[in-house]
Every structure is written in C-alpha cells, then in structure tokens.
Design a protein around this ligand. Structure first.
Ligand SMILES: [Zn+2]
Length: 324
C-alpha cells in the first residue's frame, strides 16, 4: 500500500506533536520569559525574535536523538565526584580532564563546562554582529542554563531508577509546570545582571540542584506512601490526548509539599539565562542590535533545523534519555 502525501503529512504531524509534547513546554516558556529581563538595548531585538528563541529552546534536546556527543551536555552526576560541595572537582575543563580523564567526564555529564563554551560562542557572535548566530546560540544557551537548574540533572539517580521511582524526572520538570506554570507561577523577576564569574555562577546553580534532588526524591517517596495507591495515577488529558499519568491531585500535592521549588527553579533559570545573554553582550562591547527586520539563516543552518525536526524522533536517544 502506498501512503498518499496527505496521509503521510498527517502522520508526521501527529508523530511530531506527540514527540514535541514531552517536556518542551517548560524550555520554551523559560526562554520566552527571559527576554523580558533584558535592558532596552537588547530587548527590542530579542522581542522581535521571541518566537524563534522559544521554538529553538528545544533544539539541544532534539539533537540528542541525532548526535552522539549531545547527551552529556545536559547534565552532571555530581555524586560521582565525592561529597557535597565537591571541592575536588576542578572548575576548569582542562583541570577536570587532567584529574578524571575526558571519558569519565563525558559519561557523567558536562553541563557546567558546556554552558561556558556556549557563552563564549555567543560573545563572539555579538562581537561579529552575526545576528543569525546570536539567535541560535541564545536559544541553545538558554536550554543548557535551564537544564543546570533542574535538580535531577545533577544526580545519577536522575529518573529515580535507583530507588524505584521511575518517571520522577518528567514528573518534576514536565507534569508539574504543564499543570501549574501557566496558571499559578509568577514571572515578575526583575532585571538581568552582569555575571562576573560564569564558572562560579554555574557551579552554585548545580550545587543547589544537587541538594534539591534529594528533596525531590524524598518528597515523592513520602507522598506516595501517604497517597491512596489507586489515586496516584489517572487517565487525564495532555495536549489533546487522554493518557495515564501522575494524577492532578497527586501533582498538586507534590508541588505544595515542595514549597514552590519548581516555580523557584523556573524563575532562577529565567534570571540565569537573561543574565548570561546580557553578560555576553556587555563583554562584546554592547554592540548595537539594530538588525534588518528579517534575519537570514545560512543554508547550513536551515538544513540543520530541518534535520532536527525530521530525525530527532526517528531513532532512539543516543545516550541518557530524559524528557526535559
Ligand atoms: Zn536538555
């Protein structure tokens, strides 16, 4: 049987909608909100391209399905480096490679160092006034900064697989914000600030994430003990389909028990992203961002965007899989 072009398009659309539904809402919302913390010299340009910045906030996750080396850029298993506050873990990449070897670092995640590389690239793009690169790198840097704020991106028990709590990863970072962020979370955050020590800034955020991971795991375990087992999960609507997932009542109780942690980490992500964008712009000498109304992407960029959308769900995730 030969599928008609229309059937194929419809099938692809359904597949894309299903795939893009997992957790992408939060990354898009975070990049979107970060724009409003910028100073006037940046805000006009970023607002003009706010749809691009939101849409491409999820490119790094799509790339995990295509590029083998992408996975480790999203997390770090801090518990692999001794005890809190992990003072033996060097802040510099070269120092860390010397001490642990690159293979070890790659297998336990490199998010703190990758954020710094992306930040340097963005600074260079500002220097060169390369508007397409500024947009692409801002969107993607936003993704990695947001990931560094997620508690379960800083711990090897990232999906509760060591403690019988499988599914907790997406529960914290997708189910809670999708149910509550639009209605209840407050995004009045203030202004971006200059980050004088990017490595230290990131280190502080991942240390906070690590400490919070324990709270997330303990809280879910405790609440599961107290909650009627048949009410923990329910068939409820998500993006137009009814699926079995953590019940709304369980999700709301979990969020209350965490005392606003998800909202707090979302707000800190937004603040961190805007501050990294702002810092890159300042370090590049505050170039004027008056651009042509249309930013032109190179044929290579356009091909990359297209491939990301077409291929990312056609294969298994290369490396650690998590819906973020
Ligand atoms: Zn990610």
């Amino acid at each position: 049987m030969k599928l008609s072009k229309i059937t194929l398009t419809v099938l692809l659309l359904i597949a894309f909608q299903y795939a893009s539904a997992w957790g992408f809402y939060t990354h898009r919302a975070i990049n979107y909100q970060a724009v409003f913390l910028l100073p006037p010299g940046m805000m006009t340009f970023y607002k003009q391209h706010i749809e691009f910045l939101s849409e491409h906030a999820v490119d790094p996750d799509k790339r995990r399905y295509i590029v083998t080396g992408e996975g480790p850029r999203h997390f770090i298993d801090l518990d692999q480096y001794g005890d809190y506050p992990f003072e033996d873990l060097p802040q510099s990449w070269n120092g860390a490679v010397k001490k642990y070897g690159e293979d070890h670092l790659q297998s336990h995640g490199i998010v703190p160092w990758w954020i710094q590389i992306m930040h340097q690239r963005l600074t260079k793009a500002f220097h060169e006034k390369n508007f397409a690169a500024i947009l692409k790198l801002s969107a993607e840097l936003g993704h990695y900064v947001a990931d560094a704020h997620v508690p379960l991106h800083a711990h090897s028990n990232y999906n509760g697989q060591q403690t019988g709590q499988q599914g907790i990863h997406a529960f914290w970072e997708s189910r809670v914000p999708e149910l509550l962020a639009g209605k209840e979370f407050d995004y009045f955050i203030g202004k971006a600030v200059y980050i004088s020590k990017p490595a230290t800034f990131v280190r502080e955020r991942i240390l906070e994430s690590f400490l919070a991971a324990d709270t997330v795991l303990q809280t879910e375990k405790q609440l599961s003990r107290e909650f009627p087992p048949d009410q923990k999960y329910a068939y409820e609507e998500r993006n137009g389909s009814v699926i079995r997932q953590y019940a709304s009542s369980f999700t709301i109780a979990f969020n209350q028990r965490l005392q606003g942690m998800v909202e707090r980490r979302m707000r800190q992500s937004i603040f961190g992203i805007a501050s990294f964008w702002y810092t890159a712009w300042l370090n590049a000498g505050q170039p004027s961002l008056q651009s042509p109304s249309e930013v032109t992407f190179s044929p290579a960029d356009l091909k990359d965007f297209e491939e990301l959308n077409l291929l990312w769900k056609s294969g298994a995730s290369k490396g650690r899989s998590c819906e973020n």
